[in-house]
Structure formats: structure tokens, C-alpha cells
Ligand binder design. Structure first.
Ligand code: NAP
Ligand code: F7E
Length: 343
């Protein structure tokens, strides 16, 4: 009988939201999964602790390695040691607002990180490694929706500028060196594992705590921006599908539906049984709990962007047509999943 060799995947960013779901997905697909973890003074493996024994630093089919996208020697030794069939680069300084505070660091990790990995793939000719880059809808910035693979990039942050650097680097290595490298241009995707300072998780946590009387007020920034929000758990399948296609291409991934931050807030409040009455405008806008008559929402300048991306909505016809992939999760299910599994 022919024994099928297990495929080996290497995930940069395995401790993040997407990395944790991708690791689960690939293990189910019978892959051996290697992941790169940054050294941290407090634990950063909580999203993968259910599939990895981080105390003894081992498990059956998932292996972690200390490394950092800023440290090329660590990248080289991890890629050399693990000898992967597929590399998923999900690691990044991924917060748009914070990229204005640490611009150089963001450019170094979110921009140059992909270049460092691709250079190693180029020199490391032992076998063909497929490369996936986590590109972002933020690259479209101020271009009008719906945004597709042919929409002009009009970045509004150093985060987006850095992602555009990585996007073009991937295309260049594909064209110039024939490396099987692809970009998934993913629109916002959330889950119970979303980082606490992204707006969806902040709203879910804030309103839940207000309901439990553990918090009085939820401070937010721009309530009018709209986003195309999908579920991270199902978006990781699109990453894998993008790499399995025989011809390496770039794909937009989104739901095609968009909602404002205020709509997300109202939908969450409704599921939690809270009715919010709004008063005032702009920075003076407040949200009052109709039952308790208390102010529970306030707008703070602190959370506004230097330059806002107003409207994002995907046209993902290409991935539907070529890879037969489309998202199934509705925004209401996403919110209920985040409420019910918010810990
Ligand atoms: P995330 O939760 O912020 O995870 C980012 C991961 O990158 C974490 O594992 C983090 O490690 C790691 N990382 C950060 N700096 C690093 C460095 N210098 N060296 C090595 N690893 C580093 O992000 P996510 O939401 O899962 O998103 C995954 C990727 O997709 C990111 O590249 C993001 O920019 C991109 N993206 C996200 C979305 C979205 O809506 N979620 C949409 C489009 C694109 P620690 O755990 O130690 O911090
Ligand atoms: O903001 C508004 C804010 O930080 C969404 C990252 O995963 O998706 C994410 O980037 C919107 C913006 O996500 C608050 O101004 C209002 O318009 O949740 P966010 P993001 O900036 O869209 C893209 C696709 C990525 O690639 C990124 O890695 O919400 N907003 N009030 C707020 N945002 C935050 N964070 N906090 C607020 O209080």
C-alpha cells in the first residue's frame, strides 16, 4: 500500500486569531503544523492552548518555535528545520490605529516581514514551498465599494501602506522567481478570539459587562464607518484553498455585505436585550439605556483614526468562481457566537 506523506505547514502568527483557527483547520486536514511564537513575558498562547501543551511545549501534530519576523536568522533556521510544503504569513502588527503610533515597527514587521520570508524561500531551493500572504482590505482605503482584485489601492494608514508593500513583494517574487506565492485580500473577520482592542470585540465585551453591571460606559470612536465583517473560522479555509489552486493568484475574500459600527453596536445590544436611545451628534453623541435611563455609550476622540477608511464592502466573485468558496456566516450568527463564547 502507498503511504501518503503528511503535508507540513508553517504558520507565522499562530498565536493570533487567524493563526489559531488555521492551525485547527490544517490539523483536521491531516497536516503537521509548525508555528512561530514570539517570546513574551506573559503567556501569549491562550488561543492555541486547547491544541498545544504550552507548559511542556509539545503536542502530537503541532510544534512551536521561538522566532520573530524582525530576526532573519530565526526565520532561516525555522524554515530550514521544518522544511515546510506551505508557509502562511499571518504575522503582523495588525492594528490600524496603533500603526500611527509605531509606524517604523509596523513597516518593519507588516511590510518587510514577507520580504524576509520570500528571500529565504528563493535561496532555499531544496524544494518548492508555497507561500500565503495575509493581505488586507485596508489596502483599498478610500476607494469606493464594492472593492475587488482590480480596485485601486488608496491606503489611509501606515498599516495599509505596509500591507501594500507585502502585496507587491508577493507578486514580484511570483513573476520574477516563479515562486508559488499568493495574496488573500481579506476583509474584516472576527470571532470570539478577536483581539480585545478591535471594535467588534470591544463592543461585545463592553455591552456584556454593562449588562452584568461590571462596567458603566463604553467609549467608542467613529460610529459611522462601515465594514464587511465575516467569521475568522471560515475565512481560514479560503487561505488554504488559495494555496491549493494549481495557478498562484490573488483573491478578495469577504461577505459582500457591510454594516456601520453603529449597526453592529445596535445588533449586539438587541441580542443582549438592551435598547439604546441616541442623543446628540458627532463627539457629543451619547447612547442611553432605555430601561435604566443611564448613559452607556460615549464617543471619544481618542478612538478616531488619523485618516478614516469610511466604506469597505467586498466583491468576492473571483474566489467564488475559481475556487468555489463563499462565506456562510451571517452577521447575526457572528454576533451571537461572539456573545456566547466571550471569555
Ligand atoms: P492578530 O490576532 O493580531 O495576530 C497577529 C499575529 O502576528 C500574532 O500571532 C502575533 O504574535 C504575531 N506577530 C506580531 N508581530 C510579530 C513579530 N514581530 N514576529 C512574529 N510574529 C508576530 O491578527 P489576525 O486578526 O489573526 O490577522 C492575521 C493576519 O491577517 C494579520 O497579518 C493581519 O494584518 C491580517 N488581516 C487581518 C484581518 C482581520 O480582519 N482579522 C483582515 C485582513 C488581514 P503575538 O500573539 O505574540 O502578538
Ligand atoms: O476598526 C471604528 C474604526 O480596529 C473598525 C484589522 O484586523 O480589519 C481590521 O482593521 C472600524 C474603524 O478594525 C472604535 O474607526 C470606532 O472604522 O475593528 P477595527 P480595522 O481598522 O477595520 C482590517 C481588514 C485589517 O487588516 C486589520 O488588521 O471601527 N471604531 N470606535 C473603532 N475601532 C476600534 N479599534 N476601537 C474603537 O473604539
Amino acid at each position: 500500500k502507498k503511504i501518503l506523506k503528511k503535508k507540513i505547514a508553517l504558520i507565522f502568527g499562530i498565536t493570533g486569531q487567524d493563526g489559531s483557527y488555521l492551525a485547527e483547520f490544517l490539523i483536521k486536514k491531516n497536516y503537521i503544523v509548525h508555528g512561530v511564537k514570539r517570546r513574551s513575558s506573559s503567556p501569549n498562547t491562550e488561543r492555541i492552548d486547547h491544541i498545544f501543551d504550552s507548559v511542556n511545549f509539545q503536542s502530537k501534530n503541532i510544534f512551536l518555535h521561538y522566532g520573530d519576523l524582525s530576526d532573519v536568522t530565526s526565520l532561516y533556521s525555522i524554515i530550514y528545520k521544518t522544511n515546510p510544503d506551505e508557509i502562511y504569513n499571518l504575522a503582523a502588527q495588525s492594528h490600524v490605529k496603533i500603526s500611527a503610533t509605531i509606524p517604523e515597527y509596523t513597516a518593519n514587521i507588516t511590510g518587510l516581514g514577507s520580504l524576509r520570508i520570500l528571500e529565504i524561500i528563493r535561496f532555499y531551493k531544496k524544494k518548492k514551498i508555497k507561500f500565503y500572504q495575509a493581505s488586507s482590505s485596508e489596502m483599498f482605503g478610500s476607494s469606493k465599494p464594492p472593492q475587488s482584485e482590480t480596485t485601486t489601492f488608496s491606503p489611509c494608514s501606515i498599516y495599509a501602506i505596509s500591507k501594500i508593500f507585502s502585496f507587491h513583494t508577493v507578486k514580484y517574487y511570483r513573476d520574477a522567481y516563479k515562486i508559488h506565492a499568493c495574496n488573500g485580500i481579506l476583509f474584516n473577520h472576527e470571532s470570539p478570539r478577536r483581539g480585545v482592542n478591535f471594535v467588534t470585540k470591544k463592543i461585545i465585551t463592553g455591552l456584556t459587562r454593562i449588562k452584568q453591571k461590571k462596567q458603566k460606559i463604553l467609549y467608542l470612536g467613529n460610529l459611522d464607518a462601515t465594514r464587511d465583517w465575516g467569521h475568522a473560522r471560515e475565512y481560514v479555509e479560503s487561505m488554504w484553498k488559495i494555496l491549493q489552486a494549481p495557478v498562484p493568484r490573488d483573491y478578495v475574500v469577504g461577505t459582500g455585505k457591510s454594516y456601520s459600527v453603529k449597526q453592529f453596536l445596535n445588533k449586539t445590544a438587541k441580542q443582549l436585550g438592551i435598547k439604546v436611545i441616541y442623543k446628540g451628534k458627532g463627539l457629543k453623541q451619547i447612547g442611553i439605556d432605555a430601561k435604566t435611563k443611564k448613559i452607556i455609550i460615549k464617543v471619544s476622540k481618542k478612538y478616531f483614526r488619523e485618516k478614516e477608511v469610511d466604506n469597505l464592502r467586498a466583491n468576492s466573485n473571483k474566489i467564488k468562481k475559481y475556487l468555489n468558496w463563499k462565506p456562510k456566516t451571517t452577521i447575526d450568527y457572528l454576533i451571537s457566537d461572539m456573545i456566547n463564547n466571550n471569555d
